[in-house]
Ligand binder design. Structure first.
Ligand code: NAG
Ligand code: NAG
Ligand code: NAG
Length: 144
């Protein structure tokens, strides 16, 4: 019985597209002048340069940009994917931000400190890597 319930919950989770994940920070994504040639989503056909952007600061969603595990490497088909990331603080309050995947990462997601601080209520550096949930959303939510 317990197993059956667990299976049903797991299916529900995948059907809604909400993934349990983790979010870390990297100050590299905070610098608006960084050229997009420095990330995986650069000059390939799925990259961001062909869409008319040159630097991080050109992206309409900046500073809500970063790395996503879904971006497997250079010119991934998941370049430019848009994600709602929800963090639940220790008091049980949820905060959701919308981020644009411009780069890969080995695990979960990586945001700049500015975005990670908005997600965590200013606790990004103190907490390091946090648990979160992520849901892929339409690229229009990232204003692409
Ligand atoms: C907070 O977010 C979690 C994970 O996305 C969700 O399961 C929960 O229902 C949310 N809680 C509220 C109060 O919205
Ligand atoms: C994604 O987050 C935005 C706010 O950043 C919100 O307006 C939108 O409803 C969310 N979409 C989904 C599918 O959760
Ligand atoms: C994050 O999730 C892991 C795995 O589910 C869990 O072991 C850990 O306690 C969680 N950390 C926090 C701070 O909730």
């Amino acid at each position: 019985m317990k197993f059956a319930l667990f299976t049903k919950l797991a299916l529900l989770t995948s059907a809604t597209g909400v993934l349990g994940t983790t979010v870390a920070y990297d100050r590299a994504y905070d610098d608006r002048s960084t050229p997009l040639t420095s990330v995986a989503c650069s000059d390939g056909p799925h990259g961001l340069i062909v869409r008319g952007y040159t630097t991080f600061g050109d992206l309409p969603n900046f500073p809500f940009i970063g790395g996503a595990e879904a971006v497997e490497g250079y010119d991934s088909a998941n370049c430019g994917s848009c994600w709602n990331i929800t963090y639940t603080n220790p008091a049980g309050r949820n905060k959701t931000i919308t981020m644009l995947a411009v780069d890969g990462t080995t695990r979960g997601f990586v945001l700049g400190v500015r975005a990670a601080d908005i997600l965590t209520g200013g606790q990004a550096v103190h907490l390091g890597r946090v648990n979160a949930t992520a849901k892929r959303v339409a690229v229009s939510v990232c204003r692409l």
